[in-house]
Ligand binder design. Structure first.
Ligand SMILES: [Zn+2]
Length: 311
């Protein structure tokens, strides 16, 4: 193995290594293939909107009271927000090993003693210690803290945590007319903090494993226990078929125009649209026939957008 590596990874991806059902073959493929999945798992916009609303609530409390109400314990004593670069290209830290840890947290707060807290908002039911993804989230927050403290020199990270915002859909379902007012559905969300101890030593093992998998030129052997590996293989086969066909069509179009750049641009755009459309049609078909959903606590379903084209 090389002494330095060019691995670039987000703390969340790193954290997947710590999940009990971790599959190193899935992880290897996710690291090595610039695989832009033709399927999406979440309605991204609504989560983004929720996060903006959650941050606005926090901001309003800090402005009005200079602290947070008791339900935000142990983060009540924060005195303000810390300014930091809110972009993955700037929120990063290159370790001595060569690993570039990148990816920014949702919020960083400051305490009166000058230390800071790194927070990730989760619009989800707070499962707490029973959540199989909790070790992943812990590494995620510790990793953000590591970048904040040593990469960006924002201050000592004395605390970290998740701030769950859990939908109270049960009470809405029980009494719908109470929650429909002025032509709007008012869905209540309850904040529930989950503190995470900032122990940077916990980053060592997953960093070592991630580098090993990044430097490995061939994928780890398939294990029988990982269902995601089988599903992923099926998707790869479909994707390869689609690409082969598209490339052939495009070659014909391009050679007819003498390979000019306008034609190349058009072909690229059309290829993208066609790939997306075919893949989503294929997914619908497969969804009906069999369960092609990746495990909710696995590498595949939780791979965060990043340098490999997810943005
Ligand atoms: Zn797998």
């Amino acid at each position: 193995m090389k002494t330095t590596t060019d691995l670039r990874i987000t703390p969340k991806r790193l954290g997947l290594i710590e999940v009990e059902t971790f599959c190193e073959r899935c992880f290897w493929y996710r690291l090595h293939l610039r695989f832009r999945e033709p399927f999406s798992f979440f309605g991204g916009a609504i989560f983004k909107n929720m996060e903006q609303a959650e941050m606005a609530i926090i901001g309003a409390f800090l402005e009005k009271d200079g602290k947070l109400p008791k339900e935000f314990a142990p983060f009540c004593e924060v005195v303000g927000r810390v300014e930091y670069p809110r972009h993955w290209t700037k929120y990063k830290y290159v370790l001595d090993s060569g690993v570039e840890l990148y990816g920014e947290p949702d919020d960083i707060f400051e305490f009166a003693d000058g230390s800071i807290a790194v927070i990730d908002h989760k619009t989800a039911q707070a499962k707490g210690v029973g959540d199989p993804l909790l070790p992943c989230y812990e590494i995620q927050v510790i990793g953000y803290g590591f970048i904040a403290e040593f990469g960006l020199l924002l201050g000592e990270v004395s605390r970290g945590g998740l701030l769950y915002w859990s939908a109270n859909h049960e009470i809405v379902i029980a009494e719908p007319d109470k929650f429909y007012r002025n032509q709007k559905l008012w869905m209540p969300f309850t904040p529930k903090p989950h503190p995470i101890a900032i122990d940077y030593k916990r980053l060592e093992a997953p960093l070592k494993r991630a580098v090993e998998l990044w430097e490995a030129k061939t994928p780890p052997a398939r294990t029988e226990k990982c269902q995601d590996c089988q599903k992923f293989d099926a998707l790869l086969a479909i994707e390869a078929e689609v690409q082969k066909q598209l490339n052939l069509n495009d070659q014909i179009v391009l050679s007819g125009t003498g390979n000019n750049s306008w034609a190349l641009n058009q072909v690229t755009r059309r290829a993208y649209i066609e790939t997306s459309a075919r893949s989503s049609a294929m997914r619908d078909l497969l969804d009906e026939a069999s369960d092609l959903t990746f495990a909710s606590d696995g590498v595949m379903a939780n791979w965060e957008a990043g340098y490999d084209g997810g943005f």
